[in-house]
Design a protein. Structure first.
Length: 683
């Protein structure tokens, strides 16, 4: 049983402070809380008609929950008193703790003092608004909110109190069961709260507004329980930054930021990711109404060609399928619509039968013969303050009847959010139809719901545990040393070695055979820095290149590789928030410009690697584009697997590996340039 239950479902609440505390008491009375409310203030006799105690020592018993709305210094002492008297938990409202570290260094120390004062007692915050439990009619919340009590709904956990307020004001008929803000997470993490909420049988799905992941093990456990309980999770990742590149030396570090690490982590965990709050709300609504989608087949009806085009255009580039109609559908639709309607998916069924419920039912039922994973009826309702919506009733009744027994999940989608009133949305929900607001948001919600469905059908494979954040500078191996490390793992490298004088260079070139490549040792980005000379065919060309290249650390002379099918980038980057990230993409000097990359978290399988390669835009080149010879795909997969294996074996020691370019050949492959960066002191 979660240690948070007493805090989140209290029967007695102590509220400490002045005006903000009075607001909490006011909201408790307003929501109809039936337990004990004990205001505490040394200078007041009553708050909202309730007797006020002068201090924690005058409370009649240890409260299940406390709301502390005093300054940050006094917060520490009150939290200690609550802990020592055996309270169930608290909300610490005050700010000025670790979130203010750049403005006030005392804040970090005060937050540590706060955690020490609490001992084993859980508390939310500091720097947070608390929570609203609409299921049980209880809150520790110092402001207005727009929600209403419900019997079941979604749980939302966010680090932002203001976003939490905004979410309660939504007019999309999304039933919010419980909403919790976690602030600085000094004692209770976002994942711990979500793990508690997901166990409640009344909660259908979880929504997370994430600023930082913290330790991964909590999110891994949350994702595991999500699958076991059949309760999907949606996340919106805020605060994307460059945490995963401590100092940009490689192409990989330039390309990859925490945004890719977060996206890859969420995908690995089977958590759906969206990018905006409207998408967040609509995706939660779709999941609340039926869980993840079992496939990606979408059917769409509207009485407008313009709306049909909007649906088709919104699906373009998405991982959804708008199947052509099959013969049985076309025959049934032709009977219902006549010969003048063009039959397609999306379907513009015109307005011939508008207002005729039975005729509309026949058309809708015919379309649903496609047994879609999700079917849309695009329909905007008139604003009720200026217009009549009476004529829309037959269409709603018709789609409700058609959906019953059709085998398809059905949503009514307004083309703009304002096109769905709360009254119609609630009526649709009661009828088993999902109301979605905005075509773009509906399409994205369907895509995310299908992504979660796909993830749940695959075996659960958590990422590597948290990798340590480097405490100091990183050690960068020179290219020759990096290649020795890779060669020891079975990755092909060019024949060659480091030399320090002209005679050694000529001797080396004669040993390996011309043409050769000359590189300056100790330079990460050689192109454009006079640190690289290619295609040297004679001793004279080699010596001339050396004369124009200042190389105090020596020269690397290697055999030039011919017969290259494609150049790739293979990289592994240590993201302290998300784990170790494998990055694959088009390589060479334009790696950052092309942006042709795929990424996945370690550990990976050969199937994962093949799937990632197949998503690259250069995949046709690797397969042999327009009669050109193909690359040795198996050798490429093996080389990538070897790099990933090296990173897994030395997790916590290696900060970064990059091969750019990796030369994909018709037979085998060669790491033409390599970079390895390790964390000092962890050899």
């Amino acid at each position: 049983m979660s240690r948070l239950l007493r805090l989140l479902q209290p029967r007695s609440i102590a509220v400490f402070g002045g005006d903000w505390a009075a607001s909490v008491v006011e909201q408790l009375v307003k929501i109809g809380f039936t337990g004990d409310i004990w205001p505490v203030h040394p200078g007041k006799t009553e708050i909202c008609g309730l007797e006020c105690r002068a201090g924690a020592g005058e409370l009649p018993a240890a409260p299940d929950a406390g709301f502390i709305a005093v300054n940050r210094d006094r917060t520490v002492g009150l939290l200690r008193e609550l802990s020592e008297m055996g309270a169930g938990g608290a909300v610490c409202f005050a700010s000025g703790f670790a979130e203010s570290m750049h403005e006030d260094r005392r804040g970090v120390g005060l937050q540590a003092d706060l955690a020490d004062a609490a001992g084993r007692m859980p508390f939310l915050g500091p720097n947070c608004y608390g929570f609203i439990n609409y299921l049980d009619g209880v809150l520790l919340w110092p402001d207005q909110h727009g929600g209403v009590p419900c019997d079941s709904g979604v749980g939302i956990v966010t680090q932002s109190s203001n976003i939490a307020i905004n979410l309660t004001m939504q007019r999309r008929s999304l039933p919010i069961a419980t909403l919790v803000t976690v602030g600085n997470q000094a004692a209770v993490s976002q994942s711990e709260v979500a793990c508690c909420l997901i166990e409640d049988p009344r909660i259908t799905a979880i929504g997370l507004h994430v600023e930082g992941f913290g330790r991964l093990d909590g999110f891994v456990e949350l994702a595991r329980r999500s699958r076991q309980l059949g309760k999907p999770i949606i996340a919106i990742k805020a605060g994307r930054s460059s945490k995963s590149r401590s100092a940009t030396v490689s192409h990989t570090g330039s390309i990859v930021g925490s945004n890719l690490g977060a996206t890859t982590l969420l995908r690995r965990l089977g958590i759906g990711e969206v990018e905006s709050l409207p998408e967040f709300l609509e995706a939660l609504k779709l999941l609340h109404c039926g869980g993840p989608l079992t496939g990606r087949r979408i059917g769409s009806l509207s009485c407008s060609g313009g709306e049909a085009c909007l649906v088709a255009d919104s699906c373009a580039g998405k991982r959804l399928v708008l199947d052509d109609l099959w013969a049985g559908q076309e025959e049934a639709l032709r009977r219902g619509l006549g010969s003048m309607v063009h039959l397609d998916n999306p379907l513009d069924y015109h307005t011939y039968h508008w207002g005729n419920e039975d005729a509309l039912h026949d058309v809708f039922r015919a379309m649903l013969l496609g047994s879609y994973d999700l079917a849309f009826l695009v329909m905007d309702f008139p604003r009720p303050d200026r217009c009549s919506d009476h004529a829309w009733g037959p269409a709603v009744s018709a789609i409700t009847r058609a959906a019953a027994g059709s085998g398809s999940r059905v949503a009514v989608v307004s083309s703009i959010p304002e096109g769905m009133t709360e009254a119609w949305s609630e009526r649709l929900l009661a009828a088993g139809i999902t109301p979605l607001q905005g075509i773009g948001e509906a399409i994205r919600s369907a895509e995310v719901a299908a992504d979660i469905g796909d993830a749940w059908r695959a075996p659960f494979c958590p990422p590597l545990p948290n990798v340590p954040r480097p405490s100091g500078g990183l050690v960068t191996l020179d290219e020759a040393s990096a290649k020795r490390v890779l060669a020891g793992q079975g990755v092909g490298v060019p024949d060659g070695s480091v030399v320090h004088d002209r005679a050694g260079a000529v001797s080396q070139a004669e040993r390996i055979g011309y043409p050769v490549v000359l590189k300056r040792v100790g330079v990460a980005h050689k192109t454009g820095t006079n640190a690289l000379a290619l295609g040297l065919k004679t001793p004279a060309e080699l010596l001339a290149a050396m004369d124009g290249m200042d190389a105090p650390g020596g020269y690397l002379v290697e055999r030039q590789i011919d017969g290259v099918v494609a150049e790739l980038l293979i990289g592994v980057l240590c993201d302290p928030e998300c784990g170790m990230l494998l990055v694959l993409g088009a390589g060479g000097v334009l790696a950052e410009v092309t942006g042709d990359i795929q990424h996945c978290l370690l550990p990976v399988t050969a199937e994962d690697i093949r799937a990632a390669l197949a998503q690259l835009r250069i995949w046709p080149v690797l397969q042999g584009y327009r009669g050109s010879p193909p690359a040795d795909i198996e050798a490429l997969v093996a080389a990538i697997g070897a790099v990933a294996g090296l990173a897994e074996q030395h997790a916590g020691q290696l900060a970064e590996i990059e091969i750019n370019p990796f030369l994909a050949l018709q037979e085998g492959g060669i790491a033409a340039d390599a970079l390895v960066r390790r964390i000092p002191g962890r050899d």
